[in-house]
Design a protein around this ligand. Structure first.
Ligand code: G4P
Length: 524
């Protein structure tokens, strides 16, 4: 049997660019909004499901919306949600390790914004190919050329315009598909068509166009589109798949315009499941052995049980419900009896999953972010980094008898990737490190509600941290003894240098060329 093909992707954007709206419209256009909440399952699986629904209500989060699936023309699309907060967490970064491609949504009036840039950099680390969707063309926006130039410049990417707006804002008359010579105009009668009225023409100078849009608009389209085609790179599937070029589509998520083109682009150009970097060798999706890795863990708010769902991206093989998988590293064998399968509409489909799919595995804290599971020989998927925290805080316990609970709680949350915990080499107070402010709020609230630990976070003398390593053990020893007060170890015992500010970090780095200071650490 041939493997059903998958497109596993995420949407990256700055808040308010339209990610939520686009997600909804993609699901609608796919015609199949179904989530884990709709999985028809029996027995344990059903109980697990209802538990999760309770948790979702309590926490105001959605496990089921973490992965959304739709189908179109025989292809299965898995859309992984990246949290849409101003702040990000490592969770966001790691979700991007589980996708094969990304859609970058840009607000036509705002261009590339801070968070788009950060998320883009993570995609670049892994050469994740990106399709760009310039959203909100129904509103006054910036000139298409200025937007394209900005993408090319800020992201150091070739841009290949695939469509061109015929006017914007109040003057918006449609989109011209440059690759297929098609004009789509907003359709008044068929609001849910996702494409509007489509007219096939022979090219930009087909006289048919003159009768379809205003004289001003057509003159402008011809001039701009010609310039654009001459001035920007032509689309090349290879450059796109290597992450060197982004095809750019214009549209309006709100008005459901350009959505069909975007899905077609994903279907036609976005890669299916890619080989995953791993030791001793990469895992190919064609490998019959079942292999996957945990990229996210979501924990329960209910202090009575410590259930969690670990999200596993399947990299190879055909997964079947009830399979036993080995947790590489610990040697534990885990029977996956009640997986949360996100794509299942009927039971038969729910019994199995293929490379590119995401499986939710309920467990009691056994599974950690970064774990590889397999039914074959030991293999470790690599490339799931810890990121150097941008905020460091000292944890102060209000009730000193709760030290043990605090350590347990911080360890648990470090396991989930909510926070990092550092043990300073001098002093007993733990330091927590996070990538974004929001994580601190989550941390304090969970300490209180889940672990009944009343704690406060105080400023720490440090501002940033780096993992340190060296091939020269003498140099490392000397460095460590000279910087004892700024050293700590992370949860795995790896040494960390904490700096007061960027200047001190730069100074120390330059002064000690034998020491490597790294902003990311791959799990051991
Ligand atoms: P996000 O998830 O990226 O944060 O963005 P979201 O989809 O929530 O969209 C942010 C705002 O932009 C929303 O307006 C949404 O309606 C609007 N929007 C999204 N796509 C388009 C588009 O193509 N054209 C126009 N004109 N607007 C768009 P809001 O006023 O903040 O919220 P709402 O009251 O409309 O829900």
């Amino acid at each position: 049997m041939t493997r059903p093909d998958r497109r596993t992707f995420a949407i990256i954007s700055h808040p308010d660019a339209g990610k939520t709206t686009l997600t909804e419209k993609l699901l609608l256009a796919g015609g199949a909004i179904h989530t884990a909440g709709e999985v028809k399952a029996r027995g344990a699986a059903r109980r697990a499901r209802s538990d999760w629904m309770k948790i979702e209500q309590q926490r105001g989060i959605s496990v089921t919306s973490s992965v959304m699936t739709f189908e179109r023309e025989g292809l299965v699309f898995n859309l992984l949600d990246t949290p849409g907060h101003e702040d990000f967490s490592e969770d966001t970064y790691r979700t991007l390790t589980a996708v094969d491609s990304a859609v970058m949504v840009i607000d036509a009036a705002r261009g590339i914004e801070a968070q788009t840039l950060k998320l883009f950099e993570v995609c670049r680390l892994r050469s994740v190919p990106i399709i760009t969707f310039i959203n909100k063309v129904d509103r006054e926006g910036r000139e298409p050329f200025s937007l394209l130039d900005e993408i090319a410049e800020k992201l150091a990417l070739d841009v290949a315009p695939m469509s061109w707006p015929v006017g914007m804002g109040g003057q918006f008359e449609g989109l011209f598909d440059l690759a297929h010579n098609r004009l789509s105009r907003p359709s008044r009668d068929n609001i849910r068509s996702f494409e509007g009225d489509v007219t096939q023409v022979t090219g930009l100078f087909d006289p048919k166009l003159d009768s379809l849009v205003s004289a001003d608009a057509i003159a402008r389209l011809r001039e701009e589109a010609e310039l654009a085609q001459a001035g920007y790179a032509a689309f090349s599937p290879e450059s796109y798949q290597h992450g060197d070029l982004t095809p750019v589509y214009f549209g309006s998520a709100l008005k459901e315009f350009g959505i069909g083109d975007l899905i077609d682009a994903l279907a036609r150009h976005a890669p299916g499941p890619r080989s995953q970097p791993a030791e001793p060798e990469p895992v190919s999706p064609d490998d019959p052995t079942v292999t996957g890795f945990i990229f996210k863990v979501q924990a329960n708010m209910n202090p009575m049980h410590r259930d969690r769902v670990a999200f596993m991206r399947l990299c190879s093989g055909k997964f079947r419900r009830g399979m036993r998988l080995n947790q590489v590293g610990t040697g534990k064998s885990i029977a996956v009896h009640s997986p949360v399968l996100f794509f299942a509409r009927d039971r038969e489909v729910a019994e199995e999953a293929f490379p590119g799919d995401i499986i939710g595995i309920p467990n009691h804290g056994t599974l950690r972010v970064g774990d590889t599971l397999t039914d074959g020989p030991p293999v470790t998927i690599t490339g799931l980094p810890n990121f150097a925290p941008e905020i460091l805080r000292r944890v102060v316990l209000k009730d000193p008898t709760k030290t043990k609970q605090l350590r347990k709680a911080l360890d648990d949350m470090a396991e989930e990737g909510v926070t990092q915990v550092f043990h300073p080499s001098i002093g007993a107070q733990l330091i927590v490190g996070v990538v974004g402010q929001l994580q601190l709020e989550v941390l304090i609230s969970r300490l209180e509600v889940e672990y009944k630990v009343d704690a406060a976070l105080e400023p720490s003398p440090w501002d940033t941290a780096r993992w340190i390593a060296s091939d020269d053990s003498e140099a490392m020893k000397a460095f460590s003894s000279n910087h004892r007060s700024a050293l700590a170890s992370d949860r795995d015992g790896a040494p960390v240098f904490m700096a007061k500010d960027a200047w001190e970090l730069g100074y120390t780095t330059n002064k000690h060329p034998a020491i490597r200071f790294t902003a990311t650490k791959e799990r051991a």
